[in-house]
Design a protein around this ligand. Structure first.
Ligand code: FES
Length: 684
């Protein structure tokens, strides 16, 4: 910066301003003021990352008038770039345009290093780009007989001098390939530099000859017990360029986590087998995702994983034995930074892998990722975050305090252990309405936008058929059956006489409800049995009891808002969840879905390395509640098995729906209503 009679340069949107001598490049001015303006080539007019938008005319707000000649003339470097690659009219290259007079310069989002990756939900905070690895173009001094330094030393010096980077290290792989690259590039190269973290010192990850036009990638992976989902992100723009998922190959060792822990206990080398399976699955996923994005897997230099504690241990090759028994000790609850090679992952040979910290023996890195994404610790109001899956991870808190627990909901919410249940796939019933007068159901299946009583429905499901009921469908189904008076409060399905519909039929010792009979055309007969109702009662009682326990510990009876997370959480209808009594009473408009919040948390940690430090700290401050040893959990569980809960008043729900007061217990049989509160499900 310079004297006050020099031209004034004002940057937007930052509002930073300063006086600069005539002839100062805009990039230099931006750097001196600390304006966030990107550059990979260091002002050499090659990368075009420094594009800016000058504005001309009167700016009373800023107290300046910008003349047409406030910047130096459009030059040949800019012309060459624009004719070869194209550039929006009115834009200039910040490293080429020089200050001639007072000027207002807008830095468009794509030219900001710390640009924000906008998230779709209004209440979610955007991700500020701050990746672990960045690209730098440098020009290196050629070797000289009189100055006998190695090529690497001169490269490191160039990176330090031209980019103010700290001393960088390099792996053997770099040394083995570097010399021909330096010469091929005419002593000009682009380096991918990992900027270092607690575990690794800053180092050169990769070198390309000359200016590297491409980009580098990172992976955010949600390693679930059932599925593994990966998002491939451009580490420069933050964009998700491809997403892909596979079934977790460990399923063959057991559907739920507990059966996988027992497999490792019962079988010699069982844990190793499962570790191999999940890593192989992971590599298969990487192949899929790289193919989809049409990129070389070697360009993936960073990966972030979130998972529950059992998957965490199995993925790292740690026997999960201790997680199968009290006090559920983790090998480590801290975050882990490791080289991908050590885990046998086929990414760039120097790729780094980061696992978020675990919260406790039953509350894993996936819950930490949900905390990072939904930030209950920054919330002004009291928020209950429920990640619904085989286990429900529950967080309750605000900026003063956050509590967490895990509740063993079992697989019913995923459609498992339900007689007509299935995973969410085309053909599965996902939405249901039952007429309270006729008791006739209408429904929608995945793959069709039409309701079952709408014209064209039959044709729309020709390829998928109607195959079963998925997790969100079964919740709506049970809630609708309750609202239509087909199921009573304790969870018993009524007889045809009690309910007034032949769709209810005697099925062994209890009644079932016929949803759809496709047998005439060779399809399935889809029913809801009393056992199904009981499975849902247990699952929802576990979920509710966990939430309620945290509320007790917090000393509150209500929460201000509820966030349903998890792929399944995204599809639950808040009204039906409340009719069932899955969640505490809360204004319906205050119940929102966060989609796959764990996956989003992984993406945040991938794109913004400072968020890794943030969540490591947050996790230490989260109070963990172990449901297994809390007597009140059992008490809540028993009360919560009724539909809705016998403990909750649900005043908000009552303004939206009328829940019939029916009781089908004739005293002859209690099979249908006894199980809800009595049996504690094993963790899974
Ligand atoms: S800084 Fe690379 S083109 Fe301007």
């Amino acid at each position: 910066m310079s004297a006050s009679n020099d031209p004034l340069v004002i940057f937007t949107p930052s509002g930073k301003r300063g006086h600069f001598a005539v002839g100062t490049p805009i990039l230099t001015a931006a750097r001196q003021l600390g304006v966030d303006l990107d550059s990979v080539c260091g002002g050499r007019g090659i990368c075009s990352k420094c594009q800016i938008q000058p504005s001309y005319g009167e700016f009373s707000k800023h107290g300046v008038t910008v003349a047409d000649d406030a910047l130096s003339e459009w030059n040949s470097v800019e012309e060459r770039y624009k004719s070869k690659r194209g550039m929006i009219d009115g834009r200039r290259l910040g490293c080429q345009a020089q200050v001639q007079g007072d000027v207002v310069i807008d830095v468009p989002p794509e030219s900001q290093v710390h640009k924000q990756v906008v998230r779709k939900r209004a209440e979610a905070r955007d991700i500020v780009m701050d990746p672990s690895t960045k690209l730098y173009y440098v020009e290196i001094q050629e070797p000289d007989m009189h100055d006998p330094t190695g090529d690497l030393e001169r490269l490191v010096k160039a990176l330090r001098d031209q980019w103010e980077l700290p001393h960088l290290e390099a792996d053997l792989g770099i040394l083995q390939t570097m010399q021909p690259i330096l010469r091929k590039g005419g002593w000009k190269v682009t380096c991918a530099v990992h900027l270092g973290d607690d575990m690794f010192s800053p180092r050169i990850m990769h070198i390309w000859p000359g200016f590297y036009e491409g980009t580098i990638y990172g992976l955010a992976v949600d390693l679930g017990s059932t599925t593994i989902a990966g998002h491939l992100c451009d580490l420069q723009s933050g964009e998700v360029v491809a997403s892909s998922g596979i079934m977790n190959p460990q399923i063959r060792f057991g559907e739920d986590l507990m059966s996988r822990v027992s497999y490792s206990m019962m079988n010699k080398n069982g844990a190793e087998e499962m570790t191999r399976a999940v890593r192989d699955g992971m590599n298969a996923l990487f192949v899929n995702i790289a193919n989809e994005a049409e990129i070389d897997r070697n360009l993936i230099v960073d990966a972030v994983f979130v998972c529950n504690p059992v998957m965490h241990h199995l993925f790292l090759g740690i026997d999960p034995f201790e997680l199968g028994q009290a006090p559920f000790a983790l090998a480590t609850s801290d975050s882990i930074s490791i080289r991908g090679l050590e885990l046998g992952l086929n990414l760039h040979p120097a790729a780094r892998v980061y696992l978020l910290p675990c919260i406790a023996g039953h509350v894993g890195a996936d819950a930490a990722a949900v905390a990072l994404s939904e930030a209950p610790d920054k919330s002004e109001d009291l928020v209950l975050v429920v990640d619904v899956g085989t286990n429900a991870e529950i967080l309750l808190g605000n900026k003063d305090k956050v509590l967490a627990c895990s509740s063993p909901t079992g697989p019913a919410f995923e459609g498992a252990q339900i007689s007509s249940g299935q995973r969410a796939a085309p053909g599965a019933i996902e939405r249901v309405m039952i007429d309270p007068i006729t008791k006739e159901p209408r429904f929608r299946v995945i793959g069709s936008d039409l309701w079952s009583d709408e014209d064209g429905f039959e044709e729309s499901i020709l390829s998928s058929g109607i195959t079963g009921i998925c997790g969100s469908g079964i919740i709506e189904m049970v809630a609708e059956m309750r609202l239509a008076g087909i199921v009573d409060g304790p969870g018993l399905i009524g007889s045809p006489t009690q309910t007034g519909t032949e769709r209810c039929f005697l099925d062994g010792r209890t009644h079932s409800y016929l949803v759809w009979d496709g047998t005439e055309k060779g399809g399935p007969r889809i029913t809801v049995t009393n056992r199904d109702i009981r499975e849902i009662q247990m699952a929802k009682a576990a979920l509710y009891s966990g939430a309620r326990l945290l509320m007790d510990k917090f000393g509150v009876d209500t929460v201000d808002r509820i966030v349903l997370a998890g792929a399944f959480g995204a599809h639950i209808s808040p009204k039906h969840a409340m009719v069932l009594g899955m969640i505490p009473d809360c204004p319906l408009e205050k119940v929102t879905s966060a989609g796959n919040a764990a996956g989003t948390g992984a993406r945040i940690a991938l794109l913004n390395t400072s968020s890794r430090r943030e969540i490591e700290k947050t996790v230490k401050d989260i109070h963990k509640i172990e449901t297994a040893i809390e007597p009140r959990f059992q008490e809540h569980f028993v009360n919560a098995s009724a539909i809705p809960n016998s403990v909750e008043k649900f005043p908000i729900l009552e303004t939206h729906v009328t829940i019939p007061n029916v009781n089908f217990n004739t005293g002859s049989d209690d099979d249908g209503r006894s199980g809800g509160g009595r049996r504690r499900r094993r963790r899974g």
